[in-house]
Design a protein around this ligand. Structure first.
Ligand code: 13P
Length: 251
């Protein structure tokens, strides 16, 4: 059975003090419930080690939002996968549309990052998704298929099985306009099919595919009820412990 997961992506939000406070609040809230899913927070690099000190990682996983495409060296300002792993984090978001859009990340760079993450025992949460124009001109399935093929199909089945995928339609991110339950299900089932053709049914059935894009407590249950939606990657609503827990408890 594949895992159900709710992961927060804090993006470039919270000071260190605010972030540690938020992590503590989520950690406390998780002590009071028996979540039916794994719960993860992905936080800015500066927050990783201090957040690791205040959470119980058996209940709340910790991840970074990116890592470099080199493992060390003269790359001023970059943070490598070994550095992320050395903080105690075990997840890393890769290929987020904001990284593709604003920082020019390509499938080639992402291929390298995924390999470095895996070599350092980090679980990549790999993001894919189409922009509005591609949704409207009907190419959205092909776009997402290419994103998966280009960056990930060089992996062995064993390595591919270690990934978590996150379908995040770019038009739904931070816009308040979520994909409908059926739009999410259509894409998730399609992604599983693409994976099955490359790696077989066992791999495709076991991989967790999260939905991201304006997911909130009020729409999470409907999305998570779809058979191929295995949880969510949550932006804005993960910045408040109560709303984040509202999504966790939607399972
Ligand atoms: P929002 O939940 O703020 O739309 O962001 C989604 C996202 O980009 C998570 O990675």
């Amino acid at each position: 059975m594949r895992k159900k997961i709710v992961a927060g992506n804090w993006k470039m939000n919270t000071t260190l003090q605010e972030g540690v406070g938020l992590a503590k609040d989520v950690n406390e809230a998780l002590k009071k419930v028996q979540p039916k899913c794994d719960v993860v927070i992905c936080v800015p690099f500066t927050h990783l080690a201090p957040v690791n000190d205040v959470i119980d990682q058996s209940k709340l996983g910790l991840g970074a939002e990116n890592c470099a495409d080199h493992d060390k060296g003269a790359y001023t300002g970059e943070v490598s996968a070994p550095m992320v792993a050395s903080t105690g984090a075990t997840y890393v978001i890769l290929g987020h549309s904001e990284r593709r859009q604003y920082y020019g990340e390509t499938s080639d760079t992402l291929k390298t990052k995924v390999n470095l993450a895996l070599q350092n025992n980090l679980t990549p949460i790999f993001c894919i998704g189409e922009v509005l124009e591609q949704r409207e001109n009907g190419t959205y399935l092909d776009v997402v298929k290419s994103q998966i093929e280009e960056a990930l199909f060089g992996l062995s089945a064993d390595d591919f099985s270690k990934l978590i995928l996150a379908y995040e339609p770019v038009w739904a991110i931070g816009t308040g306009k979520t994909a409908t339950d059926d739009q999410a299900q259509e894409m998730h089932a399609f992604i599983r099919d693409v994976i099955e053709k490359q790696y077989g049914k066992k791999v495709s059935e076991n991989i967790s595919i999260l939905y991201g894009g304006s997911c909130k407590p009020s729409n999470a249950a409907g999305l998570f009820a779809k058979p191929d939606v295995d949880g969510g990657l949550i932006g804005g609503a993960s910045l408040d412990a109560e709303s984040f827990m509202g999504i966790v408890n939607a399972f």
